[in-house]
Ligand binder design. Structure first.
Ligand code: LMR
Length: 394
């Protein structure tokens, strides 16, 4: 039977990583997959993660099964991080540990389909490439609302509002809480309020994806939309990832939170979600979640983690300023100052596929075909070569 299978193209994002690894040129630059990198191009394990791992090595008593919901302490800690301390034990919110943000998105999609077979979900145009297989693979119908303005880099906000106000009542809308992937362009708090108004008016179900909490303006600011919606809508879903803010990429740590209108519904949600998880991967891996729990519950580690997160956030902002300045210095034929207005890891360069290909083959500069760059891949040593290469292909 396997002869009948067709070879598929490489993944839009992970495929770039594989290509980059094969390149033998010393001056190669990886601006592909979204991982934080320091000035040396490394993605070190956070110091707080190392400390938590040492603690676990000494103190963990058992490796017995945790169950489909994962670690209850992790779930409480994540609920507090996302929804705010005062809502840490909100009886309308059910949170469970998942294998990364991807696991969370998929379980969320499966849960929606259990409640509403054939449901549609509206995603920003564009959205993270992997939203498509994760959500449509579960069976959701994907539709788009306007978001990024490639001509004048920023958000097509009026069009976005217009698009949202035409979404059929009760449909589901996927929103990026911060550090929009792939554009890096985020809504202001006033804009979130306007979006929330439409969501409430049309009784849409907000499905918020937060994969970069702490990378835009800080842990509280970046969760603004979650807390705003939690106060105003009857139901919502939040998918969170700890890959970036805890640097736990390969350990696969995330959470899914489902907020219901009436606390009495929680037991039904729980039975369905646990059933989805059991039939898909049974239960999440425990190690990464234990690290996060320990860091969030230990006051000293928590403060140190805040500092590590601040360092990562500030480095991203610095690299945005650096590449924009280097391009301006070279009189690039386009204004790239918008890169400084974007948040988190990503920005679009606005290049064609052919230009992206030339960057790879002629200059050993790797990025996703859409010309999305991960600004964490920039450093003081490679920025000159990068700016020269971009100007050359333009
Ligand atoms: C990205 O967008 O590069 C990250 O979210 C990593 C991934 O899995 O795609």
């Amino acid at each position: 039977m396997f002869e009948a299978l067709q070879t598929l193209p490489a993944d839009a994002i992970l495929g770039v990583l594989a290509e980059y690894r094969q390149d033998k040129r010393d001056h190669k630059i990886d601006l592909g997959v979204g991982v934080f990198r320091d000035e040396n191009g490394d993605t070190p394990v956070l110091s707080t993660v190392k400390k938590a791992e040492r603690y676990l090595l000494e103190n963990q008593q058992s490796k017995a099964y945790l169950g489909s919901r994962g670690d209850p302490d992790f779930n409480v800690a994540m609920q507090a991080l996302l929804f705010g301390v005062e809502q840490g034990s909100n009886s309308r919110i059910y949170t469970l540990q998942t294998p990364g943000g991807c696991g969370s998105l998929r379980v969320g999609a499966e849960l929606i389909l259990r409640g509403r077979p054939g449901a549609s979900i509206w995603v920003s145009d564009p959205t993270w490439a992997n939203h498509v297989p994760l959500l449509s693979g579960a069976g959701l119908q994907l539709k788009t609302y306007p978001y990024y303005d490639a001509e004048n880099p920023g958000i097509r906000f009026e069009e976005m509002l217009n698009g949202l106000s035409k979404i059929p009542v009760n449909d589901i809308v996927l929103l990026h809480a911060c550090c929009h992937n792939p554009s890096g362009m985020d809504l202001t708090q006033e804009q979130w309020q306007a979006v929330c108004k439409i969501v409430v008016e049309r009784n849409l179900l907000p499905f918020i994806d937060i994969a970069y909490q702490g990378f835009a303006n800080g842990l509280v600011d970046d969760a603004y939309s979650i807390r705003l919606f939690a106060d105003l809508v009857p139901e919502m879903i939040v998918s969170a990832s700890c890959s970036k803010n805890f640097g736990l990429y390969r350990d696969r740590v995330g959470s899914l939170s489902v907020m219901v209108e009436d606390g009495a519904t929680i037991a039904r949600v729980e039975s369905q979600v646990v059933n989805v998880v059991r039939g898909m991967y049974s239960m999440p891996p425990a190690h990464g979640g234990s690290i996060v729990t320990h860091i969030l519950r230990d006051a000293a580690l928590r403060a140190e983690w805040d500092d590590e997160l601040t360092f990562m956030r500030e480095r991203l902002k610095e690299m945005r300023g650096l590449i924009a300045a280097e391009l301006a210095q070279r009189n690039a034929p386009r204004d790239f100052s918008f890169i400084e207005r974007a948040q988190g890891m990503f920005s679009f360069l606005g290049l064609t596929k052919e230009q992206v290909q030339r960057l790879k083959t002629e200059f050993a500069v790797y990025m996703v075909d859409s010309s999305r760059i991960n600004v964490a891949g920039i450093n003081h040593k490679n920025v000159g070569h990068l700016a020269d290469a971009i100007v050359a292909v333009l």
